[in-house]
Ligand binder design. Structure first.
Ligand code: DWN
Ligand code: SAH
Length: 413
């Protein structure tokens, strides 16, 4: 049964899993707006021709990226260090040029571009449609922020306004948020200087399939990229994937490097990783059939653990309310009867409820130590190191146990 068309190559696709009706992952809401929530059928498919892993239906981007966007990247000190290190690497690579222009697609609150502000030889331009986070980046010294959705048409406006093309285009954790990937690559081809490089960094499909970290699948993440799928789409637009490197942020990301076709030769490690992706079967339907079973098993397991603890009268809370946990909570049928509340440090989430029918309230992390819970689920498990460094001495003293839900469910003091 064919259900849709691949957004990148128009091939017929059919979903390998249906998560059912899901809300927008970052659409935390005030109690009075419970019945106004938006739901969509979250079905996932992998295209048999261009290997693009994608949501079959997606909400209108204007419903997801707007003046109340709930994700401020700068909430994580570790991520600030991560992006500063990348900016140092880029500055070093282009240090001999008299002047450079860098454009960031999805500049959010300026966490990355702030490393280029007040440096004469760098012109930094952010493209960010979510107005509230875009405004915040001005406080971080990022002067040029275009509050808009990046696409091919916008690149011509940027070229005429700034009278220059880009030496670097960068997009971190954003390429999977943009439906029209063809327009992004066409735009980068148009705006990138001949010796320029396009860097993207996104959750890695390889890691997600290997570790079963399906919580990365949610409305904003309309794709989960692989080197094999990005190789195909970049080539269609005269760009070339010449290098990549893997890291552990956000549960496992890949940083991809593109240039104009013919400018660089492909590195060995890039070829090796593409071979590894094929060996894992990212280009085979059977891989996603097995992935579906692993997702269902995991979500039943986490439900049973939480249900049994709650049934024994244990008080369970959550720590961090990341977008990714919206899928985990709603698909695993976790709700306010099982999880008393979740603590988070993002003002845009505090005092609201989790998206969906679970009715779990979000409170300020500052109240975490006043609360006496028996177990605490770390939903932003990708920040485990940073968060345990902050909270573990307290939880040990109070015999509060941590539940780490992903990749493998772990419970410890
Ligand atoms: O792709 C995306 C990634 C880059 O960021 C976006 N679609 C949205 C967002 O996803 P996420 O919400 O899953 O991101 P994180 O970084 O895994 O989680 C951030 C959440 O954790 C925020 O709500 C803040 C919270 N947090 C906290 O309360 N205390 C985070 C840290 C580090 C803390 O100490
Ligand atoms: N780059 C940051 C933020 C990633 S969150 C980081 O790595 O943490 C994804 C960001 O992409 C959000 O700020 C969202 O508003 C932005 N975004 C969504 N669609 C976009 C588009 N078409 N063009 C540019 N940015 C977009």
């Amino acid at each position: 049964m064919v259900i849709g068309k691949c957004r990148l190559c128009n091939n017929s696709i059919k979903p390998f899993i249906d998560f059912g009706k899901m809300p927008i992952a970052n659409a935390f809401y005030f109690k009075k707006d419970y019945n106004k929530q938006y739901y969509f059928d979250m079905k996932v498919a992998s295209c048999s021709r261009c290997y693009c892993f994608q949501l079959v239906n997606i909400p209108d981007p204007k419903l997801m990226f707007h003046e109340n966007y709930a994700y401020f990247a700068s909430t994580s000190k570790f991520m600030q260090i991560h992006w500063r290190k990348l900016s140092d690497k880029i500055k070093k690579k282009f240090k001999d040029n008299k002047h450079n222009t860098i454009i960031e697609i999805g500049s959010n609150d300026g966490i990355f571009l702030k490393n280029f502000s007040n440096i004469k030889k760098w012109t930094a331009i952010g493209v960010e449609p979510s107005k509230n986070v875009a405004k915040f980046s001005k406080f971080q010294g990022v002067k040029n922020v275009i509050v808009d959705f990046f696409n091919y048409e916008l690149t011509n406006k940027i070229i005429s306004k700034f009278k220059s093309k880009a030496d670097v285009v960068i997009s971190t954790n954003t390429m999977h948020h943009i439906e029209n990937t063809n327009s992004v690559f066409k735009g980068v081809k148009n705006i990138l200087n001949m010796k320029g490089i396009f860097i993207t960094e996104d959750p890695s499909l390889f890691e997600m399939i290997k570790k079963n970290t399906y919580d990365q699948i949610y409305a904003e993440h309309m794709y989960i990229w692989s080197a094999i799928s990005l190789d195909i789409i970049s080539k269609k637009h005269g760009l070339f994937l010449y290098d990549l490197e893997n890291n552990t942020v956000h549960g496992g990301c890949t940083r991809y490097y593109f240039c104009h076709r013919g400018h660089f030769k492909r590195t060995k490690r890039c070829n090796n990783f593409i071979t590894k992706e094929k060996k894992l079967g990212l280009d085979k339907a059977v891989t996603y059939k097995k992935f579906r079973e692993k997702i269902i098993n995991h979500s039943n397991k986490i439900y049973k653990i939480v249900y049994d603890l709650s049934n024994k009268g244990k008080k369970i809370c959550g720590y961090t309310a990341p977008a990714k946990s919206t899928t985990l909570i709603n698909f695993s049928r976790l709700n306010a009867n099982l999880i008393d509340k979740v603590f988070d440090n993002t003002k845009a989430k505090i005092g609201k409820n989790y998206p969906g029918k679970n009715k779990i309230p979000v409170k300020s992390s500052e109240d975490f130590r006043k609360e006496k819970c028996d177990y605490v689920i770390l939903f932003a498990w990708n920040h485990k190191k940073e968060i345990l460094k902050k909270e573990r001495s307290f939880t040990k003293k109070k015999s509060i146990k941590w539940i780490i839900p992903m990749p493998k469910i772990k419970i410890f003091k």
